[in-house]
Design a protein around this ligand. Structure first.
Ligand code: ZN
Length: 607
């Protein structure tokens, strides 16, 4: 077998391995399972490409990211023509058949496959006689419920790898906490894997978090952050598709430059065109949802801005990490509005599984599978696609069924067991755990945003990377260590007049249940004193839990300090404290047909 060092130079043009690469490459060459956690831009794909090219069997790479696969195949074709190919739904059937032929003839070393292929019964069968080397599961965090991008259709990949007799299962992800990493190893059934987790620090990135008081404030801050040409090219991440268009047109007007909006709702041609114009420099700023960036390997991005808080630290760091891949100074800026909490709470509550829905979806899946296999449109199984996917995940964990990878609007798989009392209770436990995981992500991301301590230390700690002295910083560390590094953003004033007190950056401590109510009590008293117009009992609870309604938006309650701070508490618990404070006289009721909450001082004057 050829020498990995020689191949590194010959094929990839590098004269030495980057941290962690050699361990992973040697593990895969020796036929060991590998668990690789390495951030984007640190040379992750080389860790499986190199051993695959050196081995004399066929390695398979499974990735949900079509554009990333295309990019990798194209770039490998330039280096080692004729040894790498791709099978996916975007290619016509004849081309896919031809690729399979070449795999069977032993011509290929690397075959990239979209996960939904494993749903086609003929596909595994067609590869049965081929000797399989590494079975690479890319974006492996998708297999874990504790990861931020859980996909039930990833469940079968471990089984597929074993069925094909793969010599090594290679799990690779750019984003995994130690807990998610353990879960990946368990879900894929890795056997004593070589574990490599490295390089989470990005010494050329300045991290900055700045509070925004309102959307118009955020607009002005964003324009200021991207005003100079040195701050560009830039990617701006927005929370929703609608927001991308708004932010893009505002920014174009504010700076007088070309800005394009990008999201998964655009047709494929349009998306490809936008990607190309960003890559070739004809457009300097893209405002996008999280659909943008996978496989967009543009090295000279100088700024990544988030104009809404992502739902987890993992999601934020993965996107922020697209800045400065060339090693030159770059900035990752997060603009945080208090009202983002409401959106997070909304998404978490929407994905919560209620028991009746669990029974209904299970019943419909069984009804649609007389022969032990199901294949149904998501819309036929339930009205909320997120919830249907979540329920299928719980049913799979309970051993009731095995989902196959499927197109996003379908559910395909096999029935494995009965949906009896035991299965039902396993599903409920699994659902509770999923909700817990989402609230844990909510608390960590807001704790990160609201705690004024070094951002770098906080992020590396989150990923369990203790090796933060490895490389000296070439830029200011963060907004906390070097406040001058975001002076341009912090100095921006709110243009429109706004109600609501500015956030004092209250820290959001992890809270499992309402063990100590003093923090909540103080927030209620504070809220009652600061809300104008005054709030009723249930509206106050809604504000504290980050509810969304027209009344809340119109009155700017979502800009108040305590908005959404208690989203992880049950409404009844919060209302219980409001009533207890009323009973104690620490807050009072205005009485009348629509009673409002008031501070005792304000009412005392009337008595
Ligand atoms: Zn710092």
């Amino acid at each position: 077998m050829a020498d990995p060092h020689a191949a590194l130079t010959e094929i990839f043009g590098f004269d030495h391995f980057r941290p962690g690469q050699q361990e992973a490459v040697e593990g895969a060459l020796a036929g060991r399972d590998v668990l690789l956690v390495m951030p984007t831009g640190a040379g992750k794909s080389l860790c499986y490409q190199l051993p695959a090219l050196l081995r004399d069997d066929l390695s398979i790479v499974v990735s949900p990211l079509v554009s990333l696969m295309l990019d990798q195949v194209e770039s490998l074709e330039r280096r080692v023509g004729g040894k790498v190919a791709l099978i996916n739904a975007q290619q016509d059937a004849a081309t896919n058949r031809e690729v399979l032929e070449r795999a069977r003839d032993g011509e290929l070393r690397l075959l990239y496959v979209a996960p939904e292929r494993f749903a086609s019964p003929g596909f595994l069968e067609a590869l049965k006689e081929v000797e399989i080397g590494c079975f690479v599961v890319d974006e492996a965090h998708c297999v874990s419920q504790w990861g931020h991008d859980f996909r039930p259709d990833y469940f079968r990949l471990g089984d597929a790898a074993r069925w094909l007799g793969a010599d090594s299962i290679f799990a690779s992800t750019a984003t995994a906490t130690p807990q998610v990493a353990r879960d990946i190893a368990e879900r894929l059934g890795l056997d004593d894997p070589v574990s490599v987790a490295t390089g989470f620090d990005r010494p050329n990135l300045t991290f900055a978090v700045a509070p925004s008081k309102s959307s118009s404030h955020a607009r002005a801050q964003l324009a200021s952050a991207l005003a100079t040409p040195e701050a560009r090219p830039a990617i701006v991440y927005a929370g929703t598709r609608k927001q991308t268009a708004e932010v893009a047109s505002n920014l174009a007007a504010d700076l007088g430059i070309k800005v394009v909006a990008y999201h998964a709702g655009l047709d494929r041609e349009k998306r490809a065109k936008i990607q190309r114009s960003f890559m070739d420099g004809s457009v300097d700023v893209v405002v996008a949802t999280n659909a943008f960036g996978m496989g967009v390997d543009k090295a000279d991005v100088r700024t990544v801005v988030h104009v809404s808080v992502p739902q987890s630290i993992e999601a934020w760091y993965q996107e922020a990490g697209r800045a400065g891949r060339d090693g030159a100074p770059a900035r990752a800026l997060l603009l945080a509005q208090n009202k983002d909490k409401g959106l997070h709470v909304f998404f978490i509550e929407r994905s919560e599984v209620d028991e009746a829905e669990l029974d209904r979806v299970a019943k419909r899946i069984f009804a649609s599978s007389p022969d032990g296999r199901y294949d149904a449109e998501i819309g036929e199984l339930g009205s909320n696609p997120d919830q249907v996917r979540a329920i299928v995940g719980h049913l799979a964990r309970a051993g009731v069924l095995s989902p196959s990878p499927a197109p996003t609007d379908r559910q395909i798989g096999r029935i494995d067991g009965a949906y009896d009392g035991r299965a039902r209770s396993l599903c409920q436990t699994s659902a509770k755990q999923a909700t817990k995981a989402r609230w844990a992500a909510y608390r960590s991301v807001w704790h990160f945003v609201e705690t004024p301590s070094c951002r770098r230390v906080a992020v590396l700690g989150h990923f369990g990377d203790r090796d933060r002295d490895a490389a000296p910083l070439v830029v200011p560390c963060c907004d906390v260590c070097n406040p001058e590094s975001i002076a341009d953003v912090v100095s921006v004033e709110v243009r429109a007049t706004k109600k609501g007190a500015p956030s004092r950056g209250r820290s959001l401590a992890p809270r499992a249940a309402l063990a100590d109510s003093s923090e909540l009590d103080e927030a209620i008293i504070d809220l009652v004193a600061s809300a104008h117009p005054q709030l009723g009992r249930t509206r106050a609870v809604q504000v504290l839990r980050g509810g969304r309604s027209k009344v809340i938006a119109t009155n700017h309650y979502d800009e108040l300090e305590h908005y959404g701070a208690f989203g992880d508490l049950h409404a009844d618990d919060v209302l219980g404290r409001v009533d207890a404070l009323l009973a104690d006289g620490r807050i009072v009721s205005s009485g009348g047909r629509f009673p409002k909450l008031q501070s005792p001082a304000s009412q005392g004057a009337r008595r």
